[in-house]
Design a protein around this ligand. Sequence first.
Ligand code: SF4
Ligand code: SF4
Length: 112
Amino acid sequence: MKDYKKLLDWQDLAIGGVITEAGNANNYETGTWRTSRPVWKEEQCIHCLTCWIFCPEDAYTLKDGATAGGKPRKEIAGINYYHCKGCGLCVRECLVNKKGKEIALEYIQEET
Ligand code: SF4
Ligand code: SF4
């Protein structure tokens, strides 16, 4: 008689859809999911960090900067496309984009 591996019961399986380790987005290359991408326009950006707050993949990188008055602050340094999955949340929530006069985050189709 063959020695079949015993199938797991549903009670033995790991629970799906649960994040067991907080902050683990950095471990995954979610950039391969992307069909569109945000393009950051540095000259229009006011460094409000809204995009960084909303991004579910921690794709925005930050650098040390300063306000016009010389107060230290964090500023956007760029977008890490290894992690950006192209969800478009940052483009939708960008404060400059919402004002409607200028575009700080453009949303373009990914080239295939
Ligand atoms: S498109 Fe989505 S994943 Fe990519 S940087 Fe914006 S919020 Fe993050
Ligand atoms: S939300 Fe827009 S204006 Fe604010 S930091 Fe991001 S790109 Fe710049």
